[in-house]
Design a protein around this ligand. Structure first.
Ligand SMILES: C[S@@+](CC[C@H](N)C(=O)[O-])C[C@H]1O[C@@H](n2cnc3c(N)ncnc32)[C@H](O)[C@@H]1O
Ligand code: SF4
Length: 178
Protein backbone atom coordinates (compact mmCIF):
# COMPACT_ATOMS: atom_id res chain seq x y z
CA UNK A 1 0.00 0.00 0.00
CA UNK A 2 1.22 3.52 -0.84
CA UNK A 3 2.40 5.58 2.12
CA UNK A 4 0.32 8.71 2.72
CA UNK A 5 2.06 12.08 2.19
CA UNK A 6 2.81 14.16 5.31
CA UNK A 7 -0.21 15.97 6.68
CA UNK A 8 -0.25 19.78 6.43
CA UNK A 9 -2.89 22.41 7.13
CA UNK A 10 -3.44 25.80 5.50
CA UNK A 11 -5.51 28.42 7.36
CA UNK A 12 -6.63 31.58 5.55
CA UNK A 13 -7.25 34.98 7.15
CA UNK A 14 -8.62 37.22 4.38
CA UNK A 15 -8.45 40.75 5.88
CA UNK A 16 -5.85 43.48 5.35
CA UNK A 17 -5.41 47.06 6.54
CA UNK A 18 -5.53 48.13 2.88
CA UNK A 19 -5.73 46.19 -0.38
CA UNK A 20 -2.44 46.48 -2.32
CA UNK A 21 -3.20 47.20 -5.99
CA UNK A 22 -1.00 44.33 -7.31
CA UNK A 23 -2.33 41.62 -5.01
CA UNK A 24 -4.10 38.59 -6.51
CA UNK A 25 -4.89 36.90 -3.23
CA UNK A 26 -8.28 36.51 -1.55
CA UNK A 27 -7.74 39.57 0.65
CA UNK A 28 -9.97 42.50 1.51
CA UNK A 29 -9.69 45.77 3.37
CA UNK A 30 -11.50 45.57 6.69
CA UNK A 31 -13.82 48.57 6.78
CA UNK A 32 -15.96 47.59 9.75
CA UNK A 33 -13.42 45.96 12.08
CA UNK A 34 -12.41 42.33 12.28
CA UNK A 35 -14.85 39.60 13.31
CA UNK A 36 -11.88 37.83 14.91
CA UNK A 37 -13.66 35.63 17.49
CA UNK A 38 -16.48 34.64 15.15
CA UNK A 39 -14.04 33.83 12.35
CA UNK A 40 -11.89 31.61 14.58
CA UNK A 41 -15.01 29.67 15.62
CA UNK A 42 -16.06 29.31 11.97
CA UNK A 43 -12.58 28.08 11.05
CA UNK A 44 -12.84 25.46 13.80
CA UNK A 45 -16.32 24.35 12.64
CA UNK A 46 -14.96 23.99 9.11
CA UNK A 47 -11.90 22.13 10.35
CA UNK A 48 -13.97 19.67 12.43
CA UNK A 49 -16.23 18.97 9.41
CA UNK A 50 -13.23 18.36 7.12
CA UNK A 51 -11.48 16.27 9.76
CA UNK A 52 -14.49 13.92 9.89
CA UNK A 53 -13.93 13.15 6.18
CA UNK A 54 -10.18 12.65 6.63
CA UNK A 55 -9.21 9.03 6.69
CA UNK A 56 -5.69 9.63 7.94
CA UNK A 57 -4.13 9.09 11.35
CA UNK A 58 -0.87 10.86 10.52
CA UNK A 59 0.38 13.70 12.70
CA UNK A 60 0.42 17.27 11.38
CA UNK A 61 3.91 18.26 10.22
CA UNK A 62 3.14 21.82 9.17
CA UNK A 63 0.54 24.55 9.50
CA UNK A 64 0.65 27.70 7.35
CA UNK A 65 -1.51 30.65 8.42
CA UNK A 66 -1.69 32.90 5.36
CA UNK A 67 -3.72 35.74 4.02
CA UNK A 68 -4.62 38.44 3.72
CA UNK A 69 -2.84 39.63 6.81
CA UNK A 70 -3.01 37.06 9.62
CA UNK A 71 -0.87 39.38 11.74
CA UNK A 72 -4.03 41.46 12.32
CA UNK A 73 -5.29 38.74 14.70
CA UNK A 74 -4.05 38.39 18.28
CA UNK A 75 -1.73 35.75 19.71
CA UNK A 76 -4.60 34.66 21.98
CA UNK A 77 -6.73 33.77 18.97
CA UNK A 78 -3.97 31.60 17.52
CA UNK A 79 -3.19 30.00 20.86
CA UNK A 80 -6.86 28.97 21.16
CA UNK A 81 -7.13 27.92 17.49
CA UNK A 82 -3.96 25.82 17.57
CA UNK A 83 -4.80 24.09 20.83
CA UNK A 84 -8.27 23.17 19.56
CA UNK A 85 -6.74 21.81 16.33
CA UNK A 86 -4.22 19.75 18.29
CA UNK A 87 -7.08 18.14 20.25
CA UNK A 88 -8.28 16.77 16.89
CA UNK A 89 -5.00 15.93 15.17
CA UNK A 90 -1.74 15.47 17.09
CA UNK A 91 1.19 17.70 16.08
CA UNK A 92 4.51 16.09 15.18
CA UNK A 93 7.28 16.95 17.63
CA UNK A 94 9.04 19.19 15.08
CA UNK A 95 5.93 20.73 13.50
CA UNK A 96 6.54 23.98 11.57
CA UNK A 97 3.84 26.60 12.21
CA UNK A 98 4.15 29.68 9.98
CA UNK A 99 2.27 32.95 10.12
CA UNK A 100 2.34 35.63 7.40
CA UNK A 101 3.05 39.05 8.88
CA UNK A 102 2.87 42.49 7.32
CA UNK A 103 5.66 44.78 8.67
CA UNK A 104 3.03 47.50 9.08
CA UNK A 105 1.43 45.40 11.85
CA UNK A 106 4.65 44.44 13.67
CA UNK A 107 5.10 45.13 17.35
CA UNK A 108 7.00 43.37 20.10
CA UNK A 109 4.01 42.33 22.19
CA UNK A 110 2.12 40.98 19.17
CA UNK A 111 5.06 38.98 17.79
CA UNK A 112 5.95 37.65 21.28
CA UNK A 113 2.35 36.46 21.69
CA UNK A 114 2.57 34.59 18.35
CA UNK A 115 5.75 32.90 19.55
CA UNK A 116 4.09 31.98 22.86
CA UNK A 117 1.12 30.57 20.94
CA UNK A 118 3.45 28.02 19.30
CA UNK A 119 4.02 29.77 15.98
CA UNK A 120 7.68 29.04 15.19
CA UNK A 121 8.14 30.65 11.76
CA UNK A 122 7.18 34.08 10.43
CA UNK A 123 6.85 34.96 6.75
CA UNK A 124 7.34 38.72 6.61
CA UNK A 125 6.01 40.68 3.62
CA UNK A 126 8.94 43.02 3.05
CA UNK A 127 8.60 43.33 -0.78
CA UNK A 128 11.42 45.88 -1.04
CA UNK A 129 13.91 47.82 1.06
CA UNK A 130 13.52 50.81 -1.28
CA UNK A 131 10.97 53.37 -0.04
CA UNK A 132 10.24 54.51 -3.60
CA UNK A 133 9.18 50.95 -4.53
CA UNK A 134 7.16 50.51 -1.34
CA UNK A 135 5.39 53.75 -2.10
CA UNK A 136 4.63 52.68 -5.65
CA UNK A 137 3.32 49.34 -4.38
CA UNK A 138 0.94 51.12 -1.99
CA UNK A 139 2.42 49.35 1.03
CA UNK A 140 1.43 50.42 4.56
CA UNK A 141 5.05 50.39 5.78
CA UNK A 142 8.40 51.91 4.84
CA UNK A 143 11.82 50.27 4.71
CA UNK A 144 12.70 51.24 8.31
CA UNK A 145 9.55 49.52 9.53
CA UNK A 146 10.44 46.48 7.43
CA UNK A 147 13.87 46.31 9.10
CA UNK A 148 12.31 46.85 12.50
CA UNK A 149 9.85 43.94 11.91
CA UNK A 150 12.83 41.63 11.28
CA UNK A 151 14.57 42.86 14.45
CA UNK A 152 11.42 42.35 16.54
CA UNK A 153 10.98 38.82 15.15
CA UNK A 154 14.56 37.99 16.18
CA UNK A 155 14.24 39.68 19.59
CA UNK A 156 11.14 37.72 20.61
CA UNK A 157 12.81 34.43 19.71
CA UNK A 158 11.95 33.54 16.11
CA UNK A 159 14.87 31.59 14.65
CA UNK A 160 13.09 30.63 11.45
CA UNK A 161 11.59 33.25 9.19
CA UNK A 162 11.08 34.06 5.54
CA UNK A 163 11.19 37.47 3.88
CA UNK A 164 8.97 38.03 0.82
CA UNK A 165 10.81 40.19 -1.72
CA UNK A 166 9.65 41.30 -5.17
CA UNK A 167 11.99 41.78 -8.09
CA UNK A 168 11.53 43.20 -11.56
CA UNK A 169 9.12 45.86 -10.32
CA UNK A 170 8.03 48.28 -13.08
CA UNK A 171 9.29 51.85 -12.93
CA UNK A 172 12.27 53.93 -13.94
CA UNK A 173 15.65 52.25 -13.65
CA UNK A 174 17.75 54.34 -11.33
CA UNK A 175 21.36 54.46 -12.52
CA UNK A 176 24.23 55.61 -10.37
CA UNK A 177 26.14 58.51 -11.96
CA UNK A 178 29.87 58.11 -11.81
C1 LIG B 1 -0.71 36.89 0.67
S1 LIG B 1 0.60 37.98 0.99
C2 LIG B 1 0.65 37.88 2.77
C3 LIG B 1 1.65 38.79 3.44
C4 LIG B 1 1.12 40.10 3.99
N1 LIG B 1 -0.25 40.29 3.69
C5 LIG B 1 1.93 41.21 3.40
O1 LIG B 1 1.59 41.63 2.29
O2 LIG B 1 2.87 41.65 4.04
C6 LIG B 1 2.01 36.98 0.58
C7 LIG B 1 2.94 37.56 -0.43
O3 LIG B 1 2.40 37.42 -1.73
C8 LIG B 1 3.12 38.27 -2.59
N2 LIG B 1 2.20 38.74 -3.63
C9 LIG B 1 1.09 39.46 -3.49
N3 LIG B 1 0.51 39.69 -4.69
C10 LIG B 1 1.28 39.07 -5.60
C11 LIG B 1 1.21 38.92 -7.00
N4 LIG B 1 0.24 39.48 -7.70
N5 LIG B 1 2.17 38.22 -7.60
C12 LIG B 1 3.18 37.67 -6.89
N6 LIG B 1 3.30 37.77 -5.57
C13 LIG B 1 2.37 38.46 -4.92
C14 LIG B 1 3.70 39.39 -1.72
O4 LIG B 1 5.10 39.31 -1.79
C15 LIG B 1 3.21 39.04 -0.32
O5 LIG B 1 4.17 39.30 0.66
S1 SF4 C 1 -1.24 43.26 2.56
FE1 SF4 C 1 -0.57 41.30 1.61
S2 SF4 C 1 -2.45 40.08 1.29
FE2 SF4 C 1 -3.06 42.20 1.78
S3 SF4 C 1 -3.42 43.12 -0.19
FE3 SF4 C 1 -1.26 43.58 0.37
S4 SF4 C 1 -0.02 41.86 -0.48
FE4 SF4 C 1 -2.19 41.23 -0.55
Amino acid sequence: MLERPPLSLYIHVPWCVRKCPYCDFNSHESKTGLPEKEYVELLLDDFVREKARLNDDNQLVSIFIGGGTPSLFSGNSYSYLLSRIEEQIPFSRDIEITLEANPGTADTERFAAYHDAGINRLSIGIQSFDDRCLDRLGRIHNSDEALSAIEIAKQVGFENFNLDLMHGLPGPIIRATL
